[in-house]
Design a protein around this ligand. Structure first.
Ligand code: B16
Ligand code: MG
Length: 216
């Protein structure tokens, strides 16, 4: 059986969530908005534009489109400075092993990320060649929890959405997978990701028998 294994990027393959947080925190600070790690959960899997709106809502700040555009550029420029030195060492534990296992078992592999910076991150970390298909923030108009990004990935792989499995670290992403009637696998905290069909703290605790079960 050939299934589509769709991976989110930030928080699943690489720990860029911490860099997004630092970059957003700078913007929030400059606007006198208190922005905590807890608030940051709300931004996971959410597009850049929507993320800024959430932060402004937290601080009850009204802003012109011009200011918002300026902050969005600032945020991304700052975020990109954290990516300059990125390499293979930033791939989260167990990820290479799972990707290799899926390749050995002749499964289809896709990226399904909200990020517009996905491709350079995959290139820098040397992981791009594992992916048969990459769908990212440049390819979709509707952000997670809209399932567009995952549906598009399955479509490009020519695999039915019911035969697709999504690995996600965000609530919005798990919801998107569920809406798409795909198998949802949460990577992270089980209290946060309780809507997922399966939850693991990271890839090191996913064994071959679980993957076998998904394939058959
Ligand atoms: P960018 P994912 C998402 O990536 C992040 O979780 C989210 O925090 C970020 O705002 C979004 O990408 C957009 O990223 O600013 O690089 O376009 O988790 O869907 O891989
Ligand atoms: Mg994510």
């Amino acid at each position: 059986n050939k299934k589509a294994f769709i991976f989110d990027l930030d928080g699943v393959i690489v720990d860029t969530a911490k860099y997004h947080f630092l970059a957003w925190q700078k913007i929030a600070k400059s606007l006198n908005i208190n922005f905590t790690h807890e608030h940051n959960e709300l931004l996971k899997g959410v597009s850049r534009v929507r993320s800024l709106d959430i932060i402004l809502e937290l601080g009850n700040v009204q802003a012109s489109q011009e200011d918002k555009d300026k902050w969005l550029i600032q945020k991304n420029e700052d975020y990109l400075t954290y990516l300059v030195d990125m390499d293979e060492s930033e791939i989260l534990p167990g990820v290479f092993k799972i990707l290799q296992l899926l390749k050995e078992k002749n499964q289809a592999i896709a990226l399904g990320s909200a990020s517009k910076n996905a491709r350079p991150i995959l290139e820098k970390t040397g992981i791009l060649s594992y992916f048969d298909v990459v769908v990212d923030g440049n390819d979709v108009t509707n952000a997670k929890p809209d399932p567009e990004v995952f549906l598009k990935a399955a479509q490009l792989l020519q695999i039915d959405q019911k035969n697709s499995i999504v690995f996600e670290d965000s609530v919005a992403g798990i919801q998107a997978a569920n809406i798409a009637t795909m198998t949802s696998v949460g990577i992270g905290d089980k209290t946060i990701l309780h809507e997922a069909q399966y939850i693991f703290k990271d890839f090191t605790v996913i064994d071959e028998s679980f993957i076998e079960k998904l394939i058959n």
